[in-house]
Design a protein around this ligand. Structure first.
Ligand SMILES: NC(=O)c1ccc[n+]([C@@H]2O[C@H](COP(=O)([O-])OP(=O)(O)OC[C@H]3O[C@@H](n4cnc5c(N)ncnc54)[C@H](O)[C@@H]3O)[C@@H](O)[C@H]2O)c1
Ligand SMILES: [Zn+2]
Length: 380
């Protein structure tokens, strides 16, 4: 495969903190920066001469992000606003049908554009809706959460959930561009920042021990977030570029997600407590680090390092033994399974991941037990 060249333009000025990074993931430009990203966005939109422009938001990005976007890109002031309720429950086929109906009623043609202004839910949902409407219209991602900036908006995956099973329906589809403005993160609460932070931890654990060391020292202040966004996007970009359709290497991005997704689904089914994607992934990382220790020779001191840091940052997720059966059932539906075997991405050491590792049900249960034990030690 032809690997596209990487362009990185960075200029830091002391008085006027302009910083701008342009990364290229195959044919998708990813702009990361301050207000300078918006002229790039306007430029792309004006060149394409779209017949109609729609901006997909939820109630929070409508309030906090849309005014900033329109203020900086006046050509979007007449765009039609599509609003959906915030949260994972909007990532389903009924919402897609509603959005397709609105597009159709508003006579959106094949030359229309959808701008996804929001977190991972809006980017996944909007990309999916755009890619199927009239066999595909253009979309642009403007991610507004840490999770979407470091992960969900990058890499061309779109999709929705099916009966609470995560991302069961979806397709690979490239946005026309991704515009990352870390200032949007200033209105995000700490819980949401931590949720996104777990994907950055995953990036470090699977590919870069120095990044892991750096993340352990970070305070999560605004300036730290800019650094995390750039570093994580570079890691994800390199992985996706090497394997865009997840035939091999890209699977390393699934670390923490086999058990993490099952926990996320379990909480959605039970509907008791709202558990964010990244919070579930943080728990998944601990369980899968334990399996890595058992099966792949991850050093015990590195397992401790991972557990200590994650439990320092994240409140333990309450999973009791009664839910294990259901968790295992959910994992049976995991997209990564092959020939009815649970298929994991694991770590051989911090910074090095291995893919396609079969794992027994007994081992998964042992990992859940380990998680509960470690979290109970913490509570004492
Ligand atoms: N496609 C991918 O490759 C990929 C990768 C990782 C995760 N995901 C998906 O991403 C989703 C999670 O994304 P998320 O955590 O961004 O969730 P989200 O989109 O639900 O956003 C979290 C919350 O933050 C609010 N919000 C968004 N931007 C804000 C801002 N700037 N200020 C204040 N509030 C704001 C939203 O309204 C929402 O309430 C999951 O569905 C997950 O499966 C996809
Ligand atoms: Zn994730």
């Amino acid at each position: 495969m032809l690997i596209a060249p990487i362009f990185i333009i960075s200029f830091f000025l002391i008085d006027n903190p302009i910083f701008m990074n342009l990364l290229q993931l195959n044919d998708v430009n990813i702009f990361i920066g301050n207000e300078e990203v918006f002229p790039e966005l306007s430029d792309l939109i004006s060149k394409k001469k779209y017949s109609r422009i729609f901006i997909l938001v939820d109630e929070n990005t409508l309030q906090f992000c849309l005014p900033v976007l329109i203020n900086n890109c006046p050509l979007l002031k007449d765009a039609e606003i599509l609003e959906t309720e915030s949260g994972e429950q909007s990532k389903n086929i009924e919402i897609c049908v509603q959005l397709w109906n609105v597009l159709s009623e508003m006579t959106a043609d094949r030359n229309a554009l959808i701008v996804n202004l929001g977190g991972g839910v809006i980017c996944d949902l909007g990309g999916f809706v755009a890619s199927l409407y009239k066999r595909g219209i253009d979309f642009i991602n403007v991610p507004t959460t840490l999770l979407a900036q470091v992960d969900a908006a990058i890499g061309n995956k779109t999709g929705i959930d099916l009966n609470n099973l995560k991302n069961q329906i979806g397709l690979f589809a490239s946005p026309q561009g991704v515009f990352v403005y870390p200032h949007f993160l200033r209105t995000l609460g700490k819980k949401q920042i931590l949720s996104g932070f777990s994907e950055a931890l995953k990036h470090a654990l699977i590919s870069d021990k120095d990044y892991w060391k750096k993340l352990k020292k970070i305070k999560l202040a605004n300036s730290d977030l800019e650094e995390i966004v750039i570093e994580s996007i570079k890691i994800k970009k390199d992985i996706v570029e090497a394997d865009p359709l997840e035939k091999g290497k890209r699977k390393i991005l699934n670390f923490g997600h086999t058990i993490g997704h099952a926990i996320e689904t379990l909480f959605m089914e039970e509907g008791k407590e709202l558990l964010l994607h990244g919070e579930a992934i943080a728990a998944g990382i601990i369980c899968e680090a334990f399996i890595s220790y058992k099966k792949e020779g991850l050093d015990h001191s590195e397992l401790d390092d991972i557990c200590d840091f994650i439990f320092k940052k994240y409140k333990p997720v309450l999973i009791n033994e009664k839910s294990w059966k259901r968790l295992i059932e959910i994992m049976q539906n995991d997209k990564k399974n092959k020939n009815n075997q649970y298929n994991f991405t694991l770590l051989s050491s911090i910074g090095n991941a291995v893919i396609n590792r079969p794992c027994s049900e007994a081992m998964i249960k042992e990992a859940l037990k380990f998680y509960i034990l470690r979290s109970s030690i913490l509570k004492r």
